[in-house]
Design a protein around this ligand. Structure first.
Ligand code: ADP
Ligand code: MG
Length: 680
């Protein structure tokens, strides 16, 4: 059924002594409005809510009027959420946690839940609690300090949940209060400025209430019954003030940014939801941890109440307006709460049912207190095993993933090394042979480094093959023929030869030093000189070229050695990766072994439980036999008594008859004696 979120505003008592100088907030029934000092209301700044609580209102009243229904509905199987929103020091924590004299919503809710379930005799309940904090967009477990940065997971069975979060099964309110206190201690752990932290973090206290109808006829539990599972979130949000006002910087800015992120997304979610059904398809729940966890509470299957706390002081007017606007938007949200009944194994109550029943049978006759304690212990043990297993599975999954990643990285590196090696060996080949492919003899304008060649017979010469076929360029004088001065080349080239043709094809080196072929023979001397000059210039060019080539070669050698260095480094990295792969394999193995051990432990525990149950059955049998024997004995005794009675009756009658015989006898003797006396 669609219903609106219940929204209330609570004004805390004023802290400052100063009396207002310009405006003040006035509360009338369920309306709060900003008034000018002399009483006239300021238009547009009057807001109505389900409740407006003034500074004299107690936590008890807030609970009764705003939250109680949500809590009772949670016991009946509806998801429920109550959260406190407002700027720092406006009274959120006071409302949620309360004081010694006036406990807050959390304490009252916990007490109420246990009181209510005690009055429901036809259902069996299983309640577990968890306590988490979202700080810098990281989820930390307040019941177990080691559980930090927990991820949010989603599964078909469990919906959205915080993986690895410690849950404690509880039987009474006192246990929960103790746990909450230990959670607070954990929150303080290593914290120097608790106020700063608490105003920047969100805390979520969560109760999961499972219940199941008891088949009152036989006291048996029929396994087909649906189990109700409801989640109750009690949330103390981070301060909603804008960071600009607090002047946060540096680390605080980072914290502020995250807090803003969660609260900003909460604001966005509430905005979108308040705009009605049209925009519901694009609610950005996933943009922050807070909204993800509270997803069902906002516009979903849950009963939700929001208490917006405000400070009455004039300096806070802007923040108060902001809070009231947030509250007004929240007021427009409709939720659709329904009882959550499930038939699958997702309910813990169902998963634990067999074991609990087993234990119950075994402990029959024990005092109910002992029984309850034993059951609670077993339940918590089983839950811990489950959570431990879940955690291990997650770790295994994570390990598998990073294992895969590492393998991929190693493969990549190997590929890289192979590539580099082939590059280096190519380079080596080219430098050892001092050869590269001949530059094509086309007329392209690219500047191409001419190549060195080693002739097959180790003769170091400079060739000008086919020179005459290149009419564009200066022909060599006959005396040079096709071969230059070998010594000179040898000295200059240090054993290398240059393909001068390719030098010639280099456009920059095109030398048109010779006059055209048809020059007159008279000028041959001059021409000869000119040609010589040209040749010299060419020679210089070639030498320059040679130097350039040498420089290039050196560069290449340097590159090669750098590449070799890189390969070495990569090899080292590879070795390191291999090592870490090895160690992660070991860790993986260890985890598997641990997992195995835990399984074995659990099996052996189950084994002991079943053995002790056998013992109990054996003892019960013995007792029954003894009772039977005893009954037989009693019966026999009764029979004997009857016999004895009969015997004594017979005995008495016999005695009587003997006595009468004796009397007769005596009288007869008397008679005989008398007769004898008469005779003699
Ligand atoms: P928040 O959690 O919003 O930062 P607190 O709950 O810590 O604010 O409140 C700030 C101070 O005001 C605390 O000292 C608290 O005891 C006090 N306070 C807040 N609301 C009330 C109230 N309704 N009645 C009495 N004291 C209050
Ligand atoms: Mg607080």
């Amino acid at each position: 059924m669609a219903e609106k979120i219940c929204v209330a505003v609570r004004v805390r008592p004023s802290i400052s002594e100063e009396s207002p100088s310009g405006t003040f907030w006035k509360i009338e029934d369920n309306r709060i409005s900003l008034h000018k000092l002399h009483g006239t209301p300021i238009s547009g700044l009057s807001y109505a809510f389900d409740h407006v609580f003034d500074e004299s209102c107690s936590n008890s009243k807030v609970y009764e009027l705003l939250t109680k229904d949500v809590i009772h509905a949670a016991v009946d199987g509806f998801n429920g959420t109550a959260f406190a929103y407002g700027q720092t020091s406006s009274g959120k924590t006071y409302t949620m946690n309360g004081s010694l004299n006036d406990p807050g919503i959390i304490h009252r809710a916990v007490n109420d839940v246990f009181q209510k379930i005690q009055m429901i005799s036809d259902r069996e309940f299983l309640i577990r609690v968890s306590y988490m904090e979202i700080y810098n967009e990281e989820i930390n477990d307040l019941f177990a300090v080691e559980n930090q940065k927990l991820p949010i997971h989603e599964s078909l069975e469990r919906g959205i949940f915080v993986a690895g979060l410690r849950e404690e099964i509880v039987n009474n309110a006192e246990q929960v209060i103790k746990l909450l206190e230990s959670g607070e201690v954990n929150r303080h752990f290593g914290e120097t400025n608790m106020n700063a932290r608490s105003s920047r973090s969100h805390t979520i206290f969560r109760m999961v209430i499972e219940s199941k109808g008891i088949d009152t006829g036989s006291g048996d539990y029929s396994s087909s019954d649906a189990i109700r599972v409801s989640i109750l979130n009690l949330v103390d949000l981070a301060g909603s003030e804008r960071i600009a006002k607090t002047g946060a910087g540096g680390v605080r800015l980072k914290e502020g940014k995250y807090i803003n992120k969660s609260l900003m997304v909460l604001g966005n979610v509430i905005n979108k939801l308040s705009n009605g059904a049209k925009q519901r398809a694009h609610i950005p729940y996933r943009d922050s941890k807070l909204t993800r966890i509270l997803q069902t509470a906002l516009g979903g299957n849950a009963k939700t109440s929001i208490i917006c706390t405000v400070a009455p002081e004039e300096v806070h007017v802007e923040e108060t307006k902001g809070t009231l606007q947030f509250a007004s938007r929240a007021k427009r949200i409709t939720n659709c709460a329904q009882v959550n009944e499930i038939l699958t194994d997702a309910a813990l109550l169902k998963r634990q049912q067999l074991e609990i029943e087993d234990l119950r049978r075994k402990l029959q006759g024990s005092r109910s207190e002992v029984l309850e304690q034993e059951i609670l212990k077993l339940r918590n043990d089983m839950l811990k095993y489950e959570l431990e297993r879940e955690k291990l599975e997650m770790e295994l999954e994570e390990e598998r993933r990073s294992h895969k990643e590492r393998e991929q990285r190693i493969r990549d590196q190997q590929l890289k090394i192979e590539n580099l090696s082939s590059l280096v060996s190519d380079g080596d080949r080219s430098s050892s042979q001092d050869s590269m492919k001949e530059s094509p003899k086309d007329e392209c304008n690219d500047f191409k480094t001419p190549c060195f060649k080693e002739t097959s017979n180790n003769a170091f010469v400079a060739k000008r093959s086919n020179y005459s076929e290149l009419p564009d360029f200066s022909p060599l004088p006959d005396s040079f023929s096709n071969v230059a001065d070998e010594d000179t080349w040898f000295k200059m080239n240090k054993g290398y030869i240059a393909d001068l043709d390719s030098l010639q094809t280099t456009p920059a080196r095109k030398v048109q030093s010779f006059p055209p072929q048809d020059i007159t023979p008279d000028c041959s001397n001059d021409n000869y000189k000119l040609e010589l000059q040209n040749l010299k210039t060419q020679l210089e060019l070639v030498i320059k070229e040679k130097v350039e080539l040498q420089r290039k070669h050196e560069e290449e050698v340097q590159i090669n050695s750098r590449l070799m260095g890189e390969i070495c480094e990569l090899k080292q990295e590879l070795d390191l990766s291999n090592n870490s792969l090895e160690s992660s394999k070991q860790r993986y193995g260890n985890l598997e072994r641990e997992f195995q051990k835990l399984k074995e432990e659990r099996d052996s525990l189950l084994q002991t439980v079943s053995e002790s149950s056998k013992n109990i059955t054996f003892l019960t049998d013995q007792k029954e036999n003894i009772l039977k024997d005893l009954n037989c004995e009693v019966q026999r005794r009764k029979d004997l008594e009857v016999e004895i009675k009969q015997f004594s009756v017979a005995f008495a009658s016999r005695q009587r008859s003997l006595a009468s015989i004796h009397g007769e006898f005596k009288s007869k003797i008397e008679k005989l004696r008398a007769e004898n006396l008469v005779r003699y």
